[in-house]
Ligand binder design. Structure first.
Ligand SMILES: Cc1cc2nc3c(=O)[nH]c(=O)nc-3n(C[C@H](O)[C@H](O)[C@H](O)COP(=O)(O)OP(=O)(O)OC[C@H]3O[C@@H](n4cnc5c(N)ncnc54)[C@H](O)[C@@H]3O)c2cc1C
Length: 458
């Protein structure tokens, strides 16, 4: 069986490798970091011994490909699914328990949302035209909306400003990670369609450190079937000859060497991929330079006592940037099991806070935790702030044309990665979908047709 080199051991690379070793391919993964999991990984905090996520993640029950990957490697039990409550929203110290029934598209959504305390009943009714457009329009129609913003689209559907500010802003920031006035209407509508199609609508949270859920088990699955993973092995360039990839230049332990295989797959995010492809492929890959990263700051704070028994809550993103953080998780109620709170949170699209010191970020985050728990007496004992320049590419208007699919003009070079999927927002599900789709393309190129990617929404 041919040898395949996969560049990157994130979810796309690991899920692809699991499929290919099952088919008898000789697989080598090259990963530049010392740990696996890429953007869905964790490290261990030296002071507390706790697993610290790169940034907290939520899983959805409708991540059907991601769940199949976890089942395959025996890791599905590490996710806890809440079938009643999605999260709790907090604004101006008022709280609203957001149930699964509140998620757009459910039978009871409109009835439930009439009770949403941050809008009036007529704001919720102003969504009716939007609901009809999402439910009854085919996906192809949404593709045409990539040149306008989600904000302009919502206004054109008659949605009130208050509903946009107190509901849709938060939805777009949480799931597409950019402000609504900068977000592509196509991305927004496709996301909404995805939400309305799901039949299993609950949210899942990890009961282990994020990468600990799957990286060890995926590595064991791959290596027990003959695959190999090289850590600290950074691909510096892809060299082509006679219209095919001939070798990769790889740096490991301060030395560079050439590594060859029959087939090559990049799972790199666009900013990393453009650094390694040769200039002769500029016409295919050059458009990726338009895809700019969304930065995050993620905040980890350990307290001297328990603050709450809640697992997950969120602050409502209004039009005035009242809050810096969006979503909060008390990991002591998820996986540390300790009697003291360890709270992680995400500051999404964090450009406005880049000049702020870590100490100020932690102090302001504590104040934002107090919004949900005004009587909190707990003191901070330790904190870690992560600054991440690239979480996903920013789905601004006009960017969808730059997305690439799994095949390239080079017959022995394939692509995977969350950004290569058109029908699903960049996420863990999109990463695994891309791994499965890429495996399908590789098998087809070798004369075998096999369906691996489940395109249904469960
Ligand atoms: C803070 C944060 C919060 C998120 N929240 C959620 C969430 O709640 N729900 C959700 O579904 N998704 C969430 N995501 C997105 C999700 O994590 C990603 O979509 C997914 O992990 C992408 O996987 P990937 O395999 O496509 O890419 P990556 O994980 O980026 O994998 C690429 C790999 O390539 C390696 N690499 C890079 N350059 C080289 C090189 N030159 N040579 C060799 N290796 C290289 C990298 O180290 C990495 O391991 C979040 C992401 C972040 C960072």
């Amino acid at each position: 069986m041919p040898g395949v080199i996969i560049i990157g051991a994130g979810l796309a690379g690991l899920s692809l490798a699991c499929e290919l070793v099952d088919e008898g391919y000789e697989v080598l993964i090259l990963e530049k970091e010392s740990h696996l999991g890429g953007r869905a990984s964790n490290t261990i905090d030296e002071k507390t011994g706790d697993a610290v996520p790169i940034g907290p993640h939520i899983f959805l029950a409708s991540y059907n490909n991601f769940r199949r990957f976890l089942q395959k490697i025996g890791a599905e039990e590490s996710i806890f699914y809440d079938r009643r409550v999605f999260t709790e929203f907090v604004y101006d110290r008022k709280r609203y328990e957001y149930l699964i029934a509140d998620i757009p598209g459910g039978m009871l959504t409109m009835y439930r949302m009439m009770r949403y305390p941050f809008t009036k009943w007529y704001d919720q009714l102003s969504n009716l035209r939007l609901a009809a457009a999402i439910l009854f329009s085919p996906d192809e129609r949404f593709e045409k909306l990539d040149d306008i913003t989600a904000l302009d689209y919502l206004r054109s559907q008659g949605v009130t400003t208050r509903c946009i500010d107190m509901y849709w802003r938060m939805f777009v920031m949480s799931f597409l990670n950019i402000p609504i006035e900068r977000c592509s209407a196509a991305e927004f509508c496709l996301l909404l369609k995805f939400w309305t199609k799901q039949s299993d609508r609950c949210v899942g949270l990890g009961t282990k450190g994020l990468g600990d859920i799957y990286t060890g088990k995926a590595e064991a699955y791959i290596t027990s079937r003959g695959g190999k993973i090289l850590r600290n092995a950074a691909v510096m360039s892809v060299a082509c000859r006679d219209g095919k990839v001939e070798h990769l230049v790889v740096q490991q332990g301060g030395k560079e060497r050439k590594i060859r295989a029959d087939l090559y797959v990049s799972t790199l995010p666009p900013p990393e991929l453009v650094k390694v492809v040769p200039p002769e492929l500029e016409s295919h890959f050059g458009g990726l330079r338009n895809l700019q990263g969304v930065p995050y700051i993620t905040v980890n704070i350990w307290f001297d006592r328990k603050i709450t028994d809640k697992k997950f809550w969120a602050l409502v993103t209004d039009g005035n940037q009242r809050y810096m953080n969006t979503d909060f998780y008390d990991q002591s109620n998820l996986y540390t099991g300790k009697p003291t709170s360890f709270i992680t949170s995400n500051i999404i699209y964090s450009h406005a806070y880049h000049a702020m010191t870590d100490d100020k970020i932690v102090a302001r985050t504590v104040e934002e935790i107090r919004e949900a728990f005004p009587d909190m007496q707990a003191k901070v004992v330790h904190s870690v702030v992560h600054r991440l320049p690239y979480v996903i590419y920013a789905p601004y208007p006009g960017m969808r044309q730059h997305k690439l699919s799994q095949e390239t003009p080079i017959p022995n070079l394939f692509l995977a990665g969350d950004w290569t999927i058109r029908e699903h927002p960049q996420s863990m599900e999109a990463a695994v979908r891309s791994g499965f789709k890429c495996a399908e393309r590789i098998l087809t190129s070798r004369g075998k047709d096999k369906s691996l990617c489940d395109d249904r929404i469960l």
